[in-house]
Design a protein around this ligand. Structure first.
Ligand SMILES: [Zn+2]
Length: 253
């Protein structure tokens, strides 16, 4: 879909710039108010729900079928931009992008790829906070499909159940591999760990750069976005401060 904006109205065309705009807009069930809303949501980075919005038929197609369709869509975008896909360098790009979307950067949309929740009994009775910090995070902004790169810091206080350390990295990675808004990603990580560990006492802080802010739009390369979610005991000031103080530790090996 191509959208052209002028002062009072929007022109929307689809597939080879069809001129029958009213018809197309009706088919797409888009009116000009919706289009204004799209801009507003994207420009202001507003998330609309805590669960990733998914279609009911999200998994009717298998991964290979999705790759085939996306390959043709990417080809169409590139040709629309005027690129010559017979060039050796560009020829394989639609296939590469389609595979990357399905198998890598958006693979976390598929619940089958969620890390298995293997937990252990807290036999050594460690009753203090456990912090897994500086978890490298690569995600994708759902408003612009540009990268989000940063660090996640996760903590919990065990109520009898513990989880393998790398499991926390894997959970961060799973929810990051979706089109995301950072606030939702932070909450999804906390909710999943609360479920696995059977406790409310879980916290997560994410500090990340959004390339849609750093490389386009306002183009501020220095700014980063910090989000946090504090569950259970982490809502208490002293517990929260303890967690945040650990994040200040300079860990170098
Ligand atoms: Zn964005």
């Amino acid at each position: 879909m191509r959208v052209l904006k002028n002062e009072n109205n929007y022109l929307c065309s689809y597939n080879n710039f069809d001129n029958d705009l009213d018809n197309k807009l009706m088919k797409l069930k888009i009116d000009t108010n919706d289009l204004e809303q799209f801009d507003h949501i994207g420009d202001n980075h507003i998330g609309t729900s805590f669960d990733t919005p998914m279609r009911d038929d999200a998994f009717v197609l298998n991964d290979n079928e999705k790759i085939e369709i996306i390959r043709d869509d990417v080809k169409h975008i590139m040709e629309t931009l005027g690129l010559d896909l017979s060039d050796d360098s560009l020829k394989g790009t639609p296939q590469r992008v389609a595979k990357m979307f399905v198998n890598e950067i958006f693979s976390g949309l598929n619940p089958e790829k969620k890390p298995k929740a293997s937990t252990f009994e807290n036999k050594y009775n460690y009753g203090e906070m456990l912090v897994e910090k500086n978890i490298t995070l690569y995600s994708t902004c759902e408003h612009h499909l540009l990268p989000i790169v940063g660090k996640a810091h996760v903590a919990y206080i065990s109520n009898g159940t513990v989880v393998g350390l790398s499991k926390m990295n894997r959970i961060v990675d799973y929810f990051a591999k979706r089109p995301q808004v950072q606030e939702r990603l932070t909450i999804q990580i906390v909710k999943e760990l609360q479920r696995i560990l059977n406790t409310e006492d879980v916290a997560c802080v994410i500090d990340a750069k959004h390339l849609c802010v750093n490389s386009r739009g306002i183009r501020d390369i220095e700014s980063s976005t910090v989000t946090s979610e504090f569950g259970g005991q982490f809502k208490q000031k002293d517990i929260r401060t303890e967690f945040l103080n650990y994040l200040q530790l300079d860990t170098k090996f």
